[in-house]
Design a binder for this molecule. Structure first.
Ligand code: IPT
Length: 952
């Protein structure tokens, strides 16, 4: 007889659980239950194993599975991805009969000699719902996947052998509350422990460490639920009454920039509990979010927990890697989208310094699909579940200095239960503001939060002139609130574009206090093709009937945590020190944009492209201060000034670059006058080193090089941001395909050899439209070089920006065994850049292999553009711009790139495909948010491009 499973479909948060409390470690003994467990997966709840919880049940035939883990990442069932839509019928609180159910068993030994006291079984995270038995006795059940659950096992736990059994269900009523944009994954995915709670020990404590920025005073008060003593040697507290309040005349406050923690210890019931105390005060005051009296500028990211091999089970090393990467890229804030992370992550945020918006494990977004009918956050039968989730987050995380705001959850629409959660949290913890985005009335929150608002709207909000809400009272409240973008700049694929323009608004309008880029990491699942080549899977790669494709790959780092060009751009855009070198390289203006620290931890140096370099004496600047200093460079080349770490920091070594500025004067290239006429030789026309076809006027050789093209190209493999859009007509790729920009026809109007060279007039247009581009190629030769001027002129009423405007050609590759094609260029680099993603590139001479020039987006798309290239050497050809061009070099075509759905679809051809562009359209973030800003759109207009080609 199977035990009752009523709990699975009940909105109730659980049965038999202990009260939520702070998470802490101590010197009391524990048994760590991570490791191999016996495991069996039943496809349906009805197929669960009768009597599996019995201590003597024979599980020898069962598999072994690591705990913690997500079972789909280990070949049981499969990962499935949906963003908003529920992958089951919406019939709350019921769930499908096909409810994969994992049965877990683990035998363990309780060591002798545990002190007298209570015994607690603690789960840090089980997705999505479970029942648990110890030694055959039902302890209870729980929900709330990314929240801790504890059971009192005193009296059930035995000396010696114990048997723990869990039944974990993939779907439960709680699934309706956990509709976050991520893979549906199940199992015991965080640590499991048995804890000894010695008699008289603390169960819970609450550290209040307030900082008065005017007096420098710290006030420490620790609420404990049992008599205890507190020692914090650096504060002069020894064996003190935790309740205090202890007023300390001068403390060093905690900030994300200077995360000073005081190490202390609580002692109760013979147990020692280490505490790390950060003094700070978070307030919303004068319409601003302030810490320690100072307005914050949040340079944040949304972080999901993700590992390409282990799903949402992260090792401490992986968490630390995230933190180090963030700190090294100038990120100062994390929103824990959309659930509390592993508690260890918050320990690391305290230690290394990040502002954290801790978000509750709550999202009911899929109800949006049915007009929000029966939305749990507005239905009294779910009130307990909502409050339970909020309490479990706040209680677990309340002692973290890094946590500066509580977030009620994400994308739940509006509802009374949200207001109740807010009220509960405010009562329990009056010292942290409340965040929630989904209710634009903002009545029960302390910050006005939005996602993906356009630059124009953010500007209005900054000015306080945004659209009023319906209710005047709510409107008045909201207008007094600071503004944050809890999500912006959707980092899907190539992009995000437009970061600099957002940052300008954050720096200009005090009310606009920054935000959190969506999102930190691509949730790609490491997988393999049939022939064993590795790639990152996304929605639909695992046989899901309903899925949201590669929308799950929208992070600043690739699934293996390699920084994407988007992260490099973000680092530059948000740099906390601004360095402006004046154009003639004689002076530098430096501004300290940190909120709290001076620039004493930085060294400044300069380096010119001609090799001259030196240290730069910059006085220490307080936050907000600027200075202009002379640059001791006397040359005329491009010069870069960098601010680097003067000494090792816990998160980066000395020398790590924080900020830079560059200036220089481009050297003018004057194309020479024609030095020879074009000569007709049978079917060919010869212009200096070049041979053209007589009839078509196309170039076929330069010196010994067999070339195809160059000819006009307007097409790019659509980016994720080109492929999606909000609102009619906003999907660029659709508009481009409708016009037919991917199938241009080139009509030759005239081939005119003459005394000054060769002129070829063409009309380039897709079938079915009278839109077109007149493209005239003027070729001439001088000094052994072949020169080309392309003049283009649009014909007809072009309504959409062009993807690109320029030339495409192909060249033979070297393709010798063991050789790689390299490209050397002088221009912006080293990374890719587009009109609205150009902050992070600087002028220099760079050499990359062709492979290195490709950015391996999880979903293949346009990538790898190098901007403002003055000259480049590609496969035996030197190309010079007058003044410059955009350069892309690939071993496959744009069409190959557009057709590929995974990087493994891309197969090298035996030629290199080279685009030499006037420009490309910007990138924008239309995959979720605003498209390309007008100033970065490539509007059809007359344009020209002048280039020289020289075989080498
Ligand atoms: C927004 C979600 O909050 C986030 O979880 C993610 O899905 C993001 O979009 C897109 O990747 S919701 C969107 C409808 C604005």
């Amino acid at each position: 007889m199977i035990n009752s499973h009523a709990y699975v479909s009940s909105p109730a948060p659980g049965n038999g659980r202990r009260q939520p409390r702070a998470w802490f470690r101590s010197d009391a003994p524990t048994v760590d239950l991570d490791g191999e467990w016996r495991f069996r997966l039943a496809a349906r709840l009805a197929d669960a194993t009768d009597g599996f919880e019995a201590p003597d049940f024979d599980d020898a035939g069962w598999d072994l599975l690591d705990v913690p883990s997500c079972w789909q990442m280990h070949g049981y069932g499969a990962p499935a991805y949906t963003n908003v839509v529920y992958p089951f019928p919406i019939d709350p609180p019921r769930v499908p009969d096909a409810n994969p159910t994992g049965e877990y068993r683990r035998e363990f030994t309780l060591p002798d000699g545990w002190p007298a006291g209570r015994r607690v079984l603690r789960f840090e995270g089980v997705d999505s719902c479970f029942a648990v038995w110890l030694n055959g006795e039902l302890l209870g059940d729980g929900k709330g996947s990314r929240l801790p659950t504890e059971f009192d096992v005193t009296g059930v736990l035995r000396p010696g052998r114990n048997v723990l059994a869990l039944r974990v269900h993939q779907w439960s009523a709680a699934s309706y509350l956990e509709d976050q944009d991520m893979w549906w994954l199940s199992g015991i995915f965080r640590t499991v422990r048995v804890l000894c709670r010695p008699d008289g020990a603390l169960d819970d404590f609450f550290v209040h460490a307030d900082y008065d920025h005017i007096t420098g005073q710290g006030t420490l008060r620790v609420e404990t639920d049992a008599p205890a003593r507190l020692s914090v040697p650096a504060l002069g507290l020894h064996d003190a009454d935790p309740a205090g309040p202890h007023v300390i005349e001068r403390v060093t406050p905690w900030t994300a920039e200077a995360p000073h923690l005081y190490d202390g210890e609580l002692v109760a019931g013979g147990e020692r509990v280490p505490v790390r105390i950060g003094f700070r005060r978070v307030v919303v005051e004068d319409g601003l979010l302030k810490v320690n009296g100072q307005r914050l500028l949040l340079r944040g990211v949304n972080r999901h927990e993700w590992d390409p091999d282990h799903g949402r089970t992260l090792s401490r090393e992986t968490m630390l890697r995230d933190i180090l990467l963030m700190k090294r890229h100038n990120i100062n804030a994390v929103r824990t989208s959309h659930y509390p992370p592993s508690a260890e992550f918050l320990d690391l945020c305290d230690e290394y310094g990040l502002w954290v918006v801790d978000e509750c494990d709550l999202e009911t977004h899929g109800f949006h699909m049915v007009g929000w009918r029966d939305n749990p956050v507005d239905d009294p039968q779910w009130l307990d579940a909502c409050l339970d989730r909020m309490a479990r987050m706040v209680e677990r995380d309340k002692n973290h200095a890094s946590v500066i705001m509580w977030s009620l959850g994400n994308e739940c629409g509006t509802g009374a239960n949200l207001a109740a959660m807010s009220e509960w949290a405010r009562t329990r913890d009056p010292d942290r503001p409340i965040h929630y985005e989904g209710d634009w009335n903002s009545t029960y929150v302390d910050v006005y939060s939005r996602m993906y608002a356009s630059h124009a709207e953010v500007e209005l909000i900054g000015q306080g002139t945004e659209e009023p809400t319906k209710d005047p009272e709510a409107d008045a409240h909201r207008r007094g609130l600071p503004f944050i973008l809890c999500e912006y700049a959707h980092a899907m694929g190539n992009g995000p574009g437009g970061l600099s323009e957002y940052q300008r608004l954050f720096e200009e309008y005090p009310r606009c206090q920054g935000g959190f880029v969506w999102e930190w990491i691509d949730h790609g699942v490491r997988t393999k093709t049939a022939d064993g080549r590795e790639f990152y899977g996304y929605g639909g790669d695992f046989g899901e009937v309903l899925h949201d494709g590669n929308f799950v790959a929208d992070g600043l780092v690739f699934p293996d945590r390699t920084p994407s060009p988007g992260l490099i751009e973000f680092k530059k855009v948000i740099e906390p020190v601004r360095i402006e070198v004046d154009p003639d390289g004689r002076t530098v203006r430096v501004r300290n944009g940190y909120d709290f620290v001076d620039t004493g931890h930085l060294s400044f140096s300069w380096r010119a492209l001609d090799g001259a370099e030196g240290e730069l004496d910059v006085p220490i600047l307080a936050p907000g201060e600027s200075v202009t200093v002379d640059l001791p460079y006397t040359g005329t080349d491009w010069v870069t000034v960098s601010a680097t770490l003067a000494k090792d920091e816990p998160w980066a070594p000395a020398g790590h670059e924080i900020a830079w500025g560059q200036a220089g004067t481009p050297v003018a290239v004057t194309p020479p006058a024609p030095a020879a006429s074009a000569t007709v030789d049978g079917d060919h026309i010869v212009v200096g080193p070049a041979v053209f076809e007589r009839v078509t006027g196309t170039l076929s050789r330069i010196g010994d090089l067999d070339v195809e093209g160059p000819r006009l190209d307007l097409w790019r493999a659509p980016t994720d941001n080109d492929l999606r859009g909000w609102g009619e007509g906003s999907v660029m790729a659709t508009a481009w395909r409708e016009i037919g920009l991917h199938r241009l026809e080139h009509a030759v109007l005239a081939v005119e050899p003459g005394a000054e060279g060769l002129t070829v007039r063409t009309r380039v247009a897709p079938a079915g439209t009278d839109l077109g581009i007149l493209a005239t190629y003027t070729w001439w030769t001088a000094g052994g070089q072949l020169w080309l001027r392309l003049d283009t002129e649009p014909v007809g009423p072009w309504q959409v920006p062009l993807p690109r405007l320029g030339l495409r050609m192909s060249l033979p590759t070297t393709l010798e065994p063991d050789t790689v094609d390299t490209v050397t260029w002088f221009g912006l680099g080293p990374g890719e850049a587009y009109g609205d993603t150009t902050a992070a590139v600087r002028v220099g001479t760079y050499t990359h292999t062709v492979d290195e020039l490709q950015t391996p987006y999880v979903y293949p798309q346009e990538n790898g553009n190098r901007r403002e290239v003055r000259w480049a050497e590609v496969a035996g050809l030197r190309i010079t711009g007058a003044p410059h061009f955009d350069l892309t070099v690939r071993p496959w075509t744009s069409e190959d790139l557009a057709a590929a759905t995974h990087p493994t679809d891309l197969v090298r051809r035996d030629r290199l495909y080279v685009n030499l562009d006037v420009a490309q359209n910007g990138i924008g973030t239309a995959s979720c948010g605003p498209g390309v800003l007008p100033q970065h759109q490539l509007t059809a207009a007359p344009a020209s491009l002048t280039l020289a080609f020289e075989p080498q």
